[in-house]
Design a protein around this ligand. Structure first.
Ligand code: NAD
Length: 251
């Protein structure tokens, strides 16, 4: 391993929603970069993901089952991560859900659920790691927003509001904790090939692809590359940024 670059050696990263999709790719990438990684997810598949990543990279990993939209569970997830791996240096707020519908027929439960996971979850997890980061005067948070948080999207008022809210949270918290040497940034993916987007009908996919300057849907590793950059010291003078990873869709 001596010729392999490990810029995150000795750091602990916590990735929410890391059981599959983009979160899993982020967890793998951060472990490849040398970090010890905790996957925090609702589903037990997170345990398999953590084991696979540990086997592939040789880095210590752990899985914590938690619903990050609940304050007690968010706090417990951070405590369990710290007990297993040590203090959290990097938090990636990636867990997200969609409940798409036109506003006139969107019910209150679908509005609340999307805001609770995508936005409130990031608030709760950031709060749960913040005292430790402030005390150690070190930390990096990366929030996974979306191109639709920058541009809006029909039938996604709940999701776009949450993802736009996440950009506001990123910028405000970046200002709040910059003096403590804590950086807070966001990545705004476009359409990425995961189970979340696999449900799209063929015709809708083709319409989307036509709008993407690169002419193709992205892969989770492209998002993971951007997260690894923002999380690590190569981005040491970057905070409050929103980095699009969208093949040009958001231009
Ligand atoms: P996904 O549905 O494949 O994975 C999301 C993961 O989050 C799952 O493992 C799920 O169990 C977990 N999760 C959901 N609710 C949770 C909760 N309350 N507590 C803990 N874990 C929870 O989604 P994905 O496509 O990999 O998306 C990951 C992130 O990227 C999301 O925030 C999503 O909004 C964002 N994003 C995705 C795309 C895309 O095209 N796939 C585009 C832009 C942004």
């Amino acid at each position: 391993m001596s010729n392999v670059s490990t810029p995150l050696e000795d750091q602990v990263a916590l990735v929410t929603g890391g059981a599959r999709g983009i979160g899993r790719a982020i967890a793998l990438r951060l472990a490849r970069d040398g970090a010890k990684v905790a996957i925090v997810d609702l589903t037990d598949h997170g345990a398999d993901a953590a084991q696979d990543i540990e086997r592939a990279t040789g880095r210590a990993t752990t899985f914590v089952k938690a619903d990050i939209s609940k304050e007690v569970e968010a706090r417990t997830a951070v405590a369990a991560t710290e007990a297993a791996l040590g203090p959290v240096d990097i938090l990636v707020n990636n867990a997200g859900i969609t409940r798409d519908n036109l506003l006139v027929v969107m019910n209150e439960a679908d509005w609340d659920a999307v805001l609770a996971v995508n936005l409130k979850g990031a608030f709760l997890m950031s709060k749960a790691v913040m005292r430790g980061m402030i005390k150690r005067r070190r930390g990096s948070i990366v929030n996974i927003s979306s191109v639709v948080g920058r541009r809006g999207n029909a039938a996604q008022t709940n999701y776009s509001a949450a993802k736009a809210g996440l950009i506001g949270l990123t910028k405000s918290l970046a200002r709040e904790v910059a003096s403590r040497n804590i950086r807070v940034n966001a990545v705004a993916p476009g359409y990425i090939e995961t189970e979340m987007t696999a449900a799209l009908p063929e015709a809708a996919r083709n319409v989307i692809i036509e709008q993407i300057p690169f002419g193709c849907i992205g892969n989770p590793e492209a998002v993971a590359d951007a997260v690894a950059f923002l999380a690590g010291d190569s981005a040491s003078y970057i905070t409050g940024a929103v980095l699009p990873v969208d093949g040009g869709l958001g231009i």
